[in-house]
Design a protein around this ligand. Structure first.
Ligand SMILES: Nc1ncnc2c1ncn2[C@@H]1O[C@H](COP(=O)(O)OP(=O)(O)OP(=O)(O)O)[C@@H](O)[C@H]1O
Ligand SMILES: [Mg+2]
Length: 292
């Protein structure tokens, strides 16, 4: 059963119509339809492999569709010219499971890259080449401070912990001020206190007008969003208020996920373990940072 939120008169910022994405024999998304109004915030949940990251990638045209259509502001995303696509992408801020920071550059310069969309080529080059601390704008400093890594502006990103890198990725969003934020597990590899800070920053960006889609494993955090969407084996199996997400529904959503226990409390334990493991991987340099 799928319950839809109240329909509105606003043209949806995002609309997916019967979208399917397959990788060989693997179905990542199957017949997914979803509309999101400008300024909405929603959490996407689902077991590992359910298709959450694929959904986010499809929203930036990072995955080819096998079926269906995705529109952004009423325009078919997959038929835009490369110039138009670039413009649309400039309005989208992303945090990927791997944060897409450039490890060799300082935290400050990585955060500055949030501004690259609005810069000319020379200014972009200058941003890359400028020494970290003195060249940073007030905006970048304020963003790093807001997420609690103000003292790391000059530090090489590769030398930061996983959680600190995640916060740099959020600071980059604060600098970018996108219309649409796609945050893929922004709380992986961060402790509960940092989670609160990152969540607050994302919700503030939403309050300031950005549409916010957050991909989560932690159902307790998902409950703090007004709308939750759940995927299971690529299909949309829930879309509605978190108040409608009872234990039975959650058990159905997570059924068959060997990594996720069926009870909510046990799942949170598993989440903490997953976070600690992710942190350790990042510290060992096995994950977390990819170059653009
Ligand atoms: N590039 C790819 N090539 C082949 N299979 C892929 C590719 N990307 C995703 N898949 C498969 O598609 C399915 C959905 O993957 P996806 O990454 O979207 O899951 P997810 O819900 O984000 O999982 P997790 O919670 O573990 O991040 C999985 O079975 C995955 O193995
Ligand atoms: Mg994923």
């Amino acid at each position: 059963m799928t319950s839809s939120p109240k329909s509105s008169n606003v043209t949806p910022q995002l609309s997916l119509e019967s979208v399917s994405v397959r990788f060989g024999g693997v179905t990542a998304l199957e017949d997914v339809s979803l509309t999101v109004a400008p300024g909405e915030s929603l959490a996407v949940i689902g077991a590992s492999g359910a298709g959450k990251s694929t959904l986010f990638r499809a929203l930036t045209r990072g995955s080819a569709l096998d079926d269906g259509k995705i529109s952004i502001d009423g325009r078919d995303l997959y038929t835009l010219s490369s110039r138009e696509l670039k413009r649309v992408r400039r309005g989208i801020g992303t945090i990927y499971q791997a944060y897409n920071l450039i490890p060799q550059l300082s935290a400050g310069v990585n955060a500055s890259l949030g501004d690259v969309g609005g810069m000319g080529a020379i200014q972009t080059l200058r941003t890359f080449l400028a020494g970290p601390a003195p060249g940073l704008s007030k905006k970048v400093r304020a963003a790093l401070e807001e997420v609690g890594v103000g003292d790391k502006a000059g530090a090489r990103t590769a030398d930061l912990s996983g959680g600190q890198q995640q916060r740099v990725a959020v600071a980059r969003l604060v600098v970018q001020r996108p219309d649409l934020i796609l945050a893929d597990e922004p709380f992986a590899a961060v402790d509960p206190v940092t989670t609160e800070g990152v969540l607050e920053t994302l919700l503030n960006l939403n309050k300031a007008g950005a549409t916010l889609l957050v991909n989560l494993h932690d159902v307790r955090i998902a409950r703090r969003f007004p709308r939750v969407v759940a995927l299971k084996a690529g299909r949309l199996v829930f879309d509605g208020s978190p108040t409608l997400l009872d234990e039975e529904k959650l058990a159905e959503i997570y059924a068959g996920d060997t990594g996720a226990p069926s009870k909510e409390e046990d799942r949170e334990e598993a989440n903490l373990r997953r976070r600690r493991e992710a942190s350790a991987r990042v510290l060992e340099g096995q994950d977390g940072v990819t170059s653009h």
